[in-house]
Design a protein around this ligand. Structure first.
Ligand code: PHE
Length: 339
């Protein structure tokens, strides 16, 4: 084996290109058994005291110079590799990324949220009921018995009894009003609820769809008046549609209220057909009929109150000038992205 000198090792360190090479050179110098410098240290033990002092100092200096040489070279190699990393993995953080498309709530749930928020501020609690409802809750308890002509106002989807629990006949609820019944059966007045949800009727044209949304309101107390009802509804219309909304109250008939009213709103879209003389009905309302209160065990001599049922799609149509209610349900992104 050719003997390696310290000078050889010094130039090998200078020429090294990897950390592994440096590790190997370090071993050749400092390894406990065969390291050149370790051996030189051992030899020194046999020297005379004067030589020991002199050579020892020299040897220490040599050791220190190699330690520094190795450390410097290690640092240089590392910096070189970081430098090339900056070249090969270049990342321009000023580049603009293509915009990500973000979805948003559909107009209808978004509107319903704002309804819940607004009525929440007026002290109304959110209540819910099932979409498959009993004839009893959807009609009878609301003072609409089987032979009553008022049933003709609501073309109803009747369900087959097969597979449904006893208690039918069942219908797809035609209105959110049965939630009034369910809530009053289980809660004592005074009470204030808002009940948004889907309802179903057998019609379809530009202002009717077989499934649409309503939100029901109900407030019962000892001294709740028609004036209170108007105040609440006017607040709702102005906040939910526009402070400048044009509307009119007129009498209307619903068997579960007395007196009964309807609210129409001015239709401002470009008006091809007359659309009921530019007015669109958006809500039925009135003072809860004493028979309804009796049906749920509330004393009509002690308590009274009002109820209303707004049509959600129609309110949004007026708010955004949407001419055809069916646009809400076809899932056309060109329509949905406008809002
Ligand atoms: N439920 C009625 C409808 O859908 C609206 C209404 C609700 C009327 C509450 C009066 C009181 O036509």
């Amino acid at each position: 084996m050719p003997t390696v000198s310290l000078d050889d090792l010094r130039s090998a360190i200078a020429a090294a290109t990897t950390a592994a090479e440096l590790d190997d050179l370090e071993q050749q110098l400092f390894s406990r058994k065969h390291g050149l410098l370790t051996l030189a240290m051992k030899e020194l033990q046999e020297a005379t005291p004067e030589e020991k002092a002199k050579k020892g100092r020299e040897l220490n200096e040599t050791k220190q110079s190699f330690t520094k040489l190795l450390a410097d070279k290690r640092g240089a190699l590392q910096r070189a590799s970081l430098g090339s990393l900056a070249e090969t993995e270049k990342l321009d953080v000023t580049l603009e990324l293509p915009a990500k498309e973000r979805g948003h709530l559909h107009l209808i749930p978004e509107f319903i949220r704002s309804v819940e928020e607004l009525f929440g501020r007026m002290g109304f609690e959110v209540a819910e009921g099932p979409e498959v409802e009993t004839e009893e809750n959807n009609f009878n308890q609301l003072n609409i018995p089987a032979a009553h002509p008022a049933r003709d106002m609501q073309d109803t989807f009747w369900l087959e009894q097969d597979g449904l629990p006893p208690g039918g006949p069942y219908v797809m609820r035609t209105q959110t009003s049965p939630v009034q019944i369910r809530y009053m059966q289980t809660h004592k007045p005074p009470l204030r609820i808002i009940a948004p949800g889907k309802v179903y009727r057998k019609d379809a044209d530009a202002t009717h769809s077989p499934m649409f949304h309503q939100f029901e309101g109900l407030m019962i107390g000892e001294d709740v008046s028609l004036a209170n009802m108007k105040a609440v509804m006017i607040t709702a219309i102005r906040e939910l549609i526009s402070p400048k909304a044009e509307f009119r109250f007129r009498t209307g008939f619903f068997p579960f209220v007395e007196p009964g009213l309807e609210v129409d709103m001015r239709w401002q879209g470009d008006d091809k057909e007359s659309r009921e003389g530019k007015w669109l009905e958006i809500v039925g309302c009135g003072m809860v009929h004493p028979n309804v209160l009796k049906n749920v065990g509330i004393d009509p001599k002690k308590f009274r109150g009002f109820a209303f049922g707004f049509g959600v799609e129609r309110m949004i149509m007026i708010k955004h000038q949407i001419p055809d209610l069916r646009s809400f349900f076809v899932g056309d992104l060109r329509f949905l992205k406008q809002f």
